[in-house]
Design a protein around this ligand. Structure first.
Ligand code: NAD
Length: 244
């Protein structure tokens, strides 16, 4: 279902993005692991069974020229733009609002929300210019989009990603590009390593499955939304939270 397709995965150097790259490569896709940290992207590609069929890309999703250069590089490498895009890159900078400086707010909005816009816009533009159709974009929001103590910046960015997804789904339907969103709950990656034990126990109490998600479990759902197995889905938000 994704075999032979070119898939751009941002945040492909770690966590959910890396798990997604591995799953897509196993299923025959040509994977572009794009990450701000080039060594992490390269490590991901090196871990795939045929690294030469894939591409590691240093790319900052919050920087328009970096995104445009990245798309050009994909076209040069594969002679076509990606038809599938997973906007997985994301950051947190947690502080209660009264202690949050402007930088912590804008950095999170720039990566999580503006980055999703820049990558989606550049990739879909390139797809259209190359006469491609049957594309799919999957964005990653968060259970925190509902509001979470200390995460005003992150919650707002992820609520924005959900709204952006719905509008993109409406605008791109005529282009044959579906746009959906996954909403992860607490998932065992580097992003949550510094969360205090007390908070983790509280999250577990609110999670009916009584455990945290694994990156591979998120990757499965994102891969489904990228593939034509989900051909009648667009503008959807899928919760992957262990029931939280
Ligand atoms: N882990 C969780 O519990 C959880 C919960 C809800 C949502 N999410 C979301 O899932 C996504 C993946 O998170 P994760 O847990 O795998 O995190 P992670 O920290 O393990 O991986 C994120 C990756 O994104 C990359 N990245 C950061 N800024 C970037 C930029 N400007 N340009 C390109 N790459 C950049 C990082 O280098 C890293 O490799 C994020 O969007 C995150 O907000 C995670």
């Amino acid at each position: 279902m994704v075999a032979g397709k070119i898939v751009l995965v941002t945040g492909g150097g770690n966590g959910i993005g890396r798990a997604l790259c591995r799953l897509l490569a196993r299923d025959g896709a040509r994977v572009v692991a794009a990450d701000r940290v080039s060594t992490s992207a390269q490590e991901t590609v090196n871990s795939l069974s045929n690294p030469k069929s894939h591409l590691a890309l240093e790319l900052d999703v919050s920087d328009k020229s970096s995104v445009e250069t990245g798309i050009k590089c994909i076209i040069e490498t594969f002679k076509a733009p990606p038809s599938l895009v997973a906007n997985v890159a994301g950051i947190t900078r947690d502080f209660p609002i009264l202690q949050m400086n402007e930088r912590a707010f804008t950095d999170v909005i720039d990566v999580n929300l503006k980055g999703t816009f820049l990558v989606t816009q550049a990739a879909v533009k390139a797809l259209v210019e190359h006469g491609g159709k049957d594309g799919a974009v999957v964005n990653v929001s968060s259970i925190s989009s509902k509001g979470n103590y200390g995460q005003a910046n992150y919650s707002a960015s992820k609520a924005g990603v959900e709204a952006f997804t719905k509008t993109a789904a409406i605008e791109f339907a005529k282009l044959g590009v579906r746009v959906n969103c996954v909403m992860p709950g607490f998932t065992q990656t580097a992003m949550v390593e510094t969360v205090p034990e007390k908070v983790k126990q509280k999250v577990l109490m609110m999670t009916p499955l009584k455990r945290f998600g694994q990156p591979e479990e998120l990757a499965e759902v994102i891969a489904f939304l990228l593939s034509d197995k989900s051909s009648f889905m667009t503008g959807a938000k899928v919760k992957v939270t262990g029931g939280m």
